[in-house]
Design a protein around this ligand. Structure first.
Ligand code: P6P
Length: 339
């Protein structure tokens, strides 16, 4: 993990990445800068708290059947309005919208498709705990046909970029375009994103796991085995003590793991056995999996690499194990032994 002294802006970083790696064509650079600007706008609403009309329920339900918070709706609208006119996108998909949003004919269509969870961790909004925006970028398939939901059903390995913005004590933007992971901190005095860490790496080993322990009795045996071994600590088969953290905001838990290592689990459980897991593949697990892998970590569904899963539905869910490579591999091996 390198920290930087010379202040490099997001724009300069993107231009240099394009110059050295050729990974950021102009439409993708515009897309990333527009999303970063939208996240700045969302952070202003988030930071208002009780001083603005942004807390509490929007009294509406989203496609997941979850009650929407006002900030869920605000963040979704900000991302749609910021991105639809730029000519870099063909369509967008959001956790908060049942079907895709095709860029209106009055605007030029671009070659990318943007997916996002506009405000992840909404249950934490009213209690002032870190929340975030997660986004994933796919390329529109070749061919002049009108963009459709089927075009979005690409595996995570097809992502052109992925990132998240965490609205916490600092407002930070974490980004990968496939050449490592960079972290930008929002300089509120100048209103600009400043590169504060580059080439983030996740330690392959860790003593910290993140899971909602209240679900223990609902887990499949391999998960129970993995967690109980961690809890046995130095007296058990792992021979070392573990610490536990659970913020119930994926962005915040993954950000901690990206910063100091750890393993994040949201596994399948028998409360709703027909669902593969709680988290969504397309705009939570895939973008976070891309970032974690680019930082030297691993991300599986207990059986296979998350980024290689072939999506069948836009809002499909997935079981998630991600973070320090050796821990993810151990938890995955326990599933394979049990299979
Ligand atoms: P639980 C937030 O609602 C979220 O989708 C993730 O950000 C988070 O990791 C998880 O759900 C928390 O779930 O069941 O612990 O409230």
């Amino acid at each position: 993990m390198s920290t930087l002294t010379k202040r490099v802006s997001l724009t300069q970083y993107l231009v240099e990445q394009q110059r050295h790696h050729g990974l950021i064509p102009s439409q993708l650079r515009l897309l990333i800068e527009v999303v970063a600007r939208a996240c700045k706008r969302i952070s202003i609403s988030v930071n208002k708290g009780a001083l603005g009309d942004v807390l509490g329920s929007a009294e509406t339900e989203n496609v997941q059947g979850e009650m929407q918070k006002k900030l869920d709706v605000i963040a979704n609208e900000v991302l749609i309005e910021a991105n639809e006119w730029g000519g870099h996108l063909a369509a967008m998909a959001s956790e908060e919208m049942e079907s895709i949003y095709v860029v209106p004919n009055r605007f030029p269509q671009g070659e990318y498709m943007l997916l996002f969870d506009p405000l992840d961790g909404s249950s934490n909004i009213d209690v002032n705990v870190s929340i975030g925006t997660i986004f994933s970028v796919l390329r529109k398939p070749e061919g002049g046909a009108a963009v459709s939901e089927a075009d979005f059903l690409q595996p995570g390995t097809a992502q052109a970029a992925a990132g998240y913005c965490i609205y916490g004590p600092q407002t930070t933007l974490v980004l990968t375009v496939g050449a490592g992971v960079a972290l930008f901190t929002l300089d509120r005095e100048q209103g600009s994103w400043v590169l504060t860490q580059d080439k983030l790496t996740i330690p392959e080993d860790t003593k910290e796991f993140a899971v909602n322990m209240s679900n223990l009795r609902h887990w499949a045996p391999p998960v129970t085995r993995y967690i109980e071994e961690c809890l046995s600590g130095s007296t058990g088969p792992r021979g070392k003590d573990f610490n536990m953290r659970w913020i119930a905001s994926m962005v915040a838990d993954v950000h901690r793991i990206l910063t100091r290592g750890g393993v994040f689990l949201y596994p399948w459980d028998k409360r709703e056995p027909e669902k593969a897991g709680k988290l969504r593949l397309m705009y939570e697990a895939n973008p976070m999996g891309f970032i974690v892998e680019q930082a030297g970590g691993a991300a599986t569904n207990g059986h296979t690499r998350i980024m290689e899963l072939q999506p069948t539905r836009l809002h499909e869910r997935v079981s998630v194990f991600m973070g320090s490579k050796n821990e993810v591999e151990r938890a995955t091996a326990y599933h394979q032994e049990a299979a």
